[in-house]
Design a protein around this ligand. Structure first.
Ligand code: CO
Ligand code: CO
Ligand code: CO
Length: 355
């Protein structure tokens, strides 16, 4: 890590993917826009998926996505790595391989050039680790720094994974713990325990590449990455897109303990409230406690992959993931939609069920 005099997060109004425009607001803004169709456009912006996919041939499709946001860490090198890992993740979530990246950057005129250099170096190194290339980009002056990537990747059109293919009976797997939004918000007020914050940074700089590589050798029906809308926001998109409902076993979700402690005392990012007001009406919270729900709505930056896996392959994929991702979790099951709510939270420790 580099020593730097500028406190990057002090220049940011909200941290990382927490700066995302709420899902409800976004839907309203897009409403009424003319959507042009093309038979080769397999996934377009009307599908609320992670990236768009365009078929070039029977064997090859392009995957495209862009993601950028204000600083989530004070260290510019770390911020660069996190922003890059996060942008690349949308290609992994589609089952694709990222290949070409363009920097997208806004910097204050007085930001030290060493800091800008470190930020870009973080991005370059992460992209290189992903086996992709940065081939250019565009920068503007802005009081609030921002950084991210437009990413182009490839996928076999028949092997592309969307968030709308989940089937009743599927097992839900998740690959990173939750709580990074709470911790980075607490950090802005100096309230995050340093070791927990370090762990959150490590999680956010971890590519979803291994998760993707494990996933594509099994029968996975749907996938999305857990980012700004939180587990329940992205879970809702999967449930609605697939026409199914999800049962989420809250006791099986890996919640960063220090984030849970902060959530219990009400230290929560603004994005959590936005996510709750967007998705809350579709969620049956069961007997779960408010702080648990809060963490399931916590906006993640560079979060893990959420997969709906064929029950016959779930155990094998889970074992593969245990060896290759930060935290392999079996967090629930997919059920036939019965009308009404789409997400059902269960704490099987409370309801006395069998674990
Ligand atoms: Co995504
Ligand atoms: Co995205
Ligand atoms: Co330009």
């Amino acid at each position: 890590m580099s020593e730097n005099p500028v406190k990057l997060t002090k220049l940011a109004k909200c941290a990382g993917c927490g700066a995302k425009v709420g899902a409800g607001t976004l839907a309203r803004l897009l409403e009424g826009l003319q959507v042009h169709r093309d038979p080769n456009l397999l996934v377009g912006f009307d599908r609320s998926d992670d990236a768009s996919v365009y078929r070039l041939s029977e064997e090859l499709a392009l995957v495209q996505t862009v993601d950028f946001f204000p600083p989530i860490a004070d260290d510019p090198y770390l911020f660069g790595q996190i922003a890059a890992a996060n942008a690349l993740s949308d290609v992994y979530a589609m089952g694709g391989e990222p290949k070409l990246c363009l920097n997208i950057m806004a910097v204050p005129g007085d930001m030290p050039s060493q800091a800008v250099h470190d930020l870009l170096r973080g991005g370059y190194e992460k992209v290189y680790e992903a086996g992709a290339l940065i081939t250019g980009g565009h920068s503007i002056l802005d009081d609030e720094p921002k950084y991210g990537l437009a990413v182009t990747g490839f996928v076999h059109p028949a092997k592309m994974l969307t968030n709308s293919g989940a089937k009743p009976g599927d097992v839900l797997l998740l690959t990173k713990p939750l709580g990074t939004g709470v911790l980075t918000t607490a950090a802005k007020a100096g309230l995050a325990p340093p070791a927990a914050l370090e762990r959150a940074y490590r999680l956010m700089t971890t590519l979803n590449k291994s998760a993707r590589d494990a996933m594509v050798s099994h029968r996975v029906h749907a996938c999305t990455d857990v980012t700004g809308f939180g587990l329940l926001g992205h879970g809702l998109e999967m449930a609605q897109g697939s026409g199914v409902e999800l049962e989420i076993h809250v006791e099986s979700v890996d919640l960063i303990p220090e984030a849970a402690a902060l959530a219990r005392v009400g230290i929560l990012p603004e994005g959590m409230y936005r996510n709750r007001s967007f998705a809350g009406g579709f969620v049956d919270p069961g007997e779960t406690e408010l702080w648990q729900q809060d963490l399931l709505y916590d906006p993640q930056t560079s979060g893990g992959l959420l997969m709906a896996v064929d029950p016959e392959d779930a155990e094998a994929l889970y074992e593969d993931l245990r060896a290759s991702v930060p935290s392999a979790q079996r967090i629930g099951t997919v059920r036939e939609y019965r009308g009404g709510k789409f997400l059902f939270l269960k704490d099987r420790r409370r309801s006395g069920g069998v674990l």
